[in-house]
Design a protein around this ligand. Structure first.
Ligand code: HEM
Length: 252
């Protein structure tokens, strides 16, 4: 009985393995099937400003065009952000300068960290709205290829992302102190297992951190008081013992 069952099992297995299989569908590197990419000129895009007689409601950011009909209350003729409709005003997403001279797609003045913020807006549109195509002009050429301007923007973005990662890592290594100030007793800074938005299993000691490139000094919690002594960017609060978790702050 058992041998019949085994024979039946292996026959089925063999049959499954012998079924012809179309290996071509396994390819993941082949071209992605989808609608052909749509390229719009600036002039064409203006025809999608949501006003009476227009063809629809689109906007572009970093040269990517989105259908924002769903957000008609923001971008339609009575919306607060109607000035974004039918055009690419990438710079204004960061500057908040909504005057005509601020409504431009020239983002070359943005420093790297602001480029990261601009890409956050792009990610927002990719998440919330349907992409229509690309705008031929500053960021894409008439074959849909990225222009030199876009490559520069991407390089700046990469630099900004690296700076952001470094500052996040610094926040974890040196979380900000807790602080309070009152007219009666003056100021106090102290460390606990939750400060500067970082929850941890160590408390640390308060130190003044002088960061190169950033103006001013900030109070941070340092895990090990002895390493704190060796690091020239860290300084003790005057009158505060090296291992104290809390320091009074006078004129520091
Ligand atoms: C750089 C400055 C700003 C930019 C670029 C900006 C941009 C935008 C955009 C594009 C939308 C529509 C998002 C969507 O499609 O759903 C929006 C929505 C909104 N914004 Fe702003 N905004 C700015 C500043 C502000 C400020 C300062 C306020 C308030 C004081 C504000 C209040 C709002 C509100 C209330 C909404 C509507 C949210 C909703 O109903 O879903 N914005 N903003």
């Amino acid at each position: 009985m058992l041998s019949y069952a085994l024979v039946a099992f292996f026959s089925v297995l063999l049959a499954v393995l012998l079924v012809p299989y179309d290996w071509s569908v396994k390819s993941v590197t082949g071209p992605v099937q989808g609608p052909p990419e749509r390229l719009l000129s600036r002039r064409e895009l203006t025809q999608y400003n949501g006003e009476e007689g227009s063809k629809g409601l689109y906007l572009a950011i970093l040269g990517q065009v989105f259908d924002v009909q769903k957000g008609h209350k923001h971008y339609g003729p009575n919306g607060s952000y109607h000035f974004m409709a039918g055009r690419d005003v990438s710079l204004a997403f960061i500057t908040g300068d909504f005057t005509e001279s601020g409504l431009t797609d020239d983002v070359s003045s943005l420093p790297p960290l602001q480029m990261v913020a601009l890409y956050d807006w792009l990610a927002f549109y990719q998440r919330e709205y349907h992409i229509v195509g690309k705008l031929v002009g500053r960021f894409y050429d008439n074959t849909g290829q990225p222009t030199e301007a876009l490559l520069q923007v991407e390089a700046s973005l990469a630099e900004g992302q690296q700076m952001k990662a470094q500052s996040e890592a610094e926040k974890v290594r040196f979380p900000a102190c807790n602080s309070e100030w009152s007219t009666g007793s003056g100021g106090r800074v102290w460390c606990s297992t939750k400060s500067g938005g970082v929850i941890r299993d160590w408390t640390g000691v308060p130190r003044k951190l002088f960061s190169p490139g950033s103006s001013g000094v900030r109070c941070v919690c340092v895990k090990d008081p002895s390493t704190a002594e060796e690091d020239s960017s860290l300084q003790r609060y005057s009158g505060c013992p090296p291992h104290a978790e809390s320091c009074s702050v006078g004129d520091d």
